[in-house]
Write a protein that binds this ligand. Structure first.
Ligand code: LLP
Length: 463
C-alpha cells in the first residue's frame, strides 16, 4: 500500500520502518485492558466474555461478524468526559464515530451533547429524543434542506464552514423568523495526528475558513452583521488520534488571538470556543492515550492562560470527542474460515468479514490487535495477517499480529477498539451484509443495529 501516511492512521509511515511488527506478547491469551473494553475478560473455559456473556454464546445467537459493544464501558467513558469538563464546559459526542438511537439515549442520560454532520445523523438524534438545543450541526456542505431542518428543529448551534454558508444559514433562519446560534469553524494552520503536530501546515484542505490572510476575521465581521445569526463562538478541529497536546496549545493560542482581534474591532467578546475532537485511543499495546481528566485539565489551562495573556474573560469551552468515547468500547468478532501459511512470509487468516466492516486498515494503514476469543491456546505464536473475504488484496483487517500456531477454521477471533469509524464507515462492497451492533450489559445482550439481510440489499435495487 502506498497510502500509508494517511494522517488518520495511528502512525505516520515514517515513524516505523516498512514491514515493522512488534514482537509477540509474552502471553497471547492475555487481554491488555488498554485496548479491550472494560468488562472484557475470559471465563473459566478461556472463552472471552463481555458484559459477563461468552462470545461463543453471542456468536451462536447473533452470528459473525458482529460488533459487540460494552454498554457499561460506553456510559463510563461518556460520564468520565462529562465529569472531567464539569459544568463550565460542554462535551459533544461526535456521532460520526458511531451513531445509533441507543447511543443517543445513553448520551442523553449521561448528560452529553451531540455533534452531527449530516441530515441522516440529525434525523437519528431527533428520532431518539435528543433535545435539539443540545445538538451541534457540522459539515462543509450542508444542503439548504438540511440547514432548514436543523433551524426548524432548533439545534443549539450550527457550525459555519464557509462564506457561502454564513449567508445561507442567515437567510434560512431569517426567513423562518429565527435567529440561529452559530460558531464559525476556522483553520488555524495546525495539523495534529498521534505523536506529531505541524504548525503552519494544513491550510490546504476543505474544512473551515483559514485564519491566514484575515479570512476568518472577515467571516466573523460578515456574520456579526446578519440578523439571522447569533455568533456564539469560534470552532477549531485540528486532527485525529492525537496524543500530543501541543497542537491544541498552538490552536488555542491562535483562536484566542482571533477572539482578541474581534473584541478590539467590534467590542464583542464571543462567549464560546470549541476545540473539536481528535483525542487518541489505544489500538495496540504500544499506544498510551491520556485520561479525560488529564485532557480536560490541559485544555482548560491552555485556554485560561491564553485568555489571561490577551486580557479576555475565559470563554466557555466545548470539545467533541468521538473515538475517545466509543472506540475502545467495542470489538469485532469474526469466525476464522481459512488459515494459509505462506512459507517464510506469514500466515494469512481469512475471516468472514473484512474491509466492508473495517475499512480503516486499507484506508489509513491503521494498526489493530487481535486475539483468539473462543478458547485459549499454549501453541507457539505465529505471525499472521488477518484478511477479509472481499475480492481485493488490500482487504486487510489486521496487518501484522501474532496468534497461536494451532489456530484453525471455526475458531472465533476478536479485534478490539473497533467502536469508532468501523460500523459508521461500513459498506456493502461485494454486496456484503453489514454486521449488527450488539450491546452487552450486566449479562444481557440486545441488538441495537441489526444485521443487514439480502432483502435489505434487494429492496434498494428496484430493478
Ligand atoms: N469534531 C469534528 C469537527 C470532526 O471533524 C471530528 C472528526 C470530530 C469532532 C471527532 O473526532 P474524533 O474524536 O472521533 O477523532 N474516519 C477517520 C476519522 C475522521 C475524523 C473526522 N472528523 C478514522 O477512522 O480515523
Amino acid at each position: 500500500m502506498s497510502r500509508s501516511a494517511h494522517p488518520a492512521g495511528p502512525r505516520h509511515a515514517d515513524v516505523l520502518p516498512e514491514g515493522h511488527y512488534t514482537a509477540p506478547a509474552d502471553d497471547l491469551n492475555a487481554l491488555d485492558p488498554k485496548v479491550w473494553a472494560r468488562t472484557v475478560g475470559r471465563d473459566a473455559d478461556g472463552v472471552v466474555t463481555v458484559g459477563g456473556i461468552p462470545v461463543t454464546q453471542l456468536a451462536e445467537e447473533y452470528g459473525t461478524p458482529a460488533y459487540l459493544l460494552d454498554e457499561a464501558d460506553f456510559r463510563e467513558r461518556a460520564r468520565a468526559w462529562r465529569t472531567a469538563f464539569g459544568d463550565d464546559a460542554d462535551v459533544f459526542y461526535a456521532g460520526k464515530a458511531f451513531l445509533s438511537r441507543a447511543v443517543v439515549r445513553w448520551l442523553d442520560e449521561e448528560g452529553l451533547n451531540l455533534d452531527v454532520c449530516s441530515g441522516g445523523e440529525l434525523a437519528t438524534a431527533l428520532s431518539a429524543g435528543m433535545p435539539a438545543e443540545r445538538i451541534a450541526f457540522h459539515g462543509n456542505n450542508k444542503s439548504p434542506e438540511e440547514i432548514e431542518r436543523a433551524v426548524r428543529a432548533g439545534v443549539g448551534r450550527i457550525v459555519l464552514d464557509s462564506f457561502q454558508e454564513i449567508v445561507r444559514v442567515a437567510h434560512i433562519a431569517q426567513s423562518l423568523g429565527k435567529r440561529q446560534r452559530v460558531q464559525i469553524r476556522i483553520t488555524v494552520g495546525v495539523e495534529a495526528h498521534t505523536h506529531e503536530f505541524i504548525a503552519t501546515a494544513h491550510e490546504d484542505q476543505k474544512f473551515g475558513i483559514p485564519l491566514a490572510g484575515g479570512q476568518a476575521a472577515e467571516a466573523v465581521r460578515r456574520a456579526l452583521k446578519l440578523d439571522g445569526l447569533e455568533v456564539i463562538g469560534i470552532h477549531s478541529h485540528i486532527g485525529s488520534q492525537i496524543f500530543d497536546m501541543s497542537g491544541f496549545e498552538v490552536a488555542a493560542h491562535r483562536v484566542v488571538g482571533l477572539l482578541k482581534d474581534i473584541r478590539d474591532e467590534h467590542g464583542v467578546e464571543l462567549p464560546e470556543i470549541d476545540l473539536g475532537g481528535g483525542l487518541g485511543i489505544a489500538y495496540t499495546s504500544d499506544d498510551d492515550p491520556r485520561e479525560p481528566h488529564e485532557i480536560a485539565k490541559a485544555l482548560t489551562e491552555i485556554v485560561t492562560r491564553e485568555c489571561e495573556a490577551a486580557r479576555l474573560a475565559t470563554p466557555r469551552i466545548s470539545v467533541e470527542p468521538g473515538r475517545a468515547i466509543v472506540g475502545p468500547t467495542a470489538f469485532t468478532l469474526y469466525e476464522v474460515g481459512t488459515v494459509k501459511p505462506l512459507e517464510g512470509l506469514r500466515t494469512y487468516v481469512s475471516v468472514d468479514g473484512g474491509m466492508s466492516d473495517n475499512i480503516r486498515t486499507a484506508l489509513y494503514d491503521a494498526e489493530y490487535s487481535v486475539a483468539l476469543a473462543s478458547r485459549t491456546s499454549d501453541a507457539e505464536p505465529m505471525l499472521v495477517r488477518v484478511v477479509g473475504k472481499h475480492c481485493e488484496s488490500g482487504d486487510i483487517v489486521v496487518k501484522d499480529a501474532f496468534l497461536p500456531g494451532d489456530l484453525a477454521p471455526g475458531d472465533l477471533i476478536a479485534v478490539p477498539a473497533t467502536g469508532a469509524y468501523c460500523r459508521s464507515m461500513a459498506s456493502n462492497y461485494n454486496h456484503a451484509l453489514r454486521p449488527p451492533v450488539v450491546a452487552v450489559r450486566d449479562g444481557a445482550a440486545r441488538v441495537v443495529v441489526r444485521r443487514e439481510t439480502e432483502e435489505d440489499l434487494l429492496r434498494l435495487d428496484v430493478g
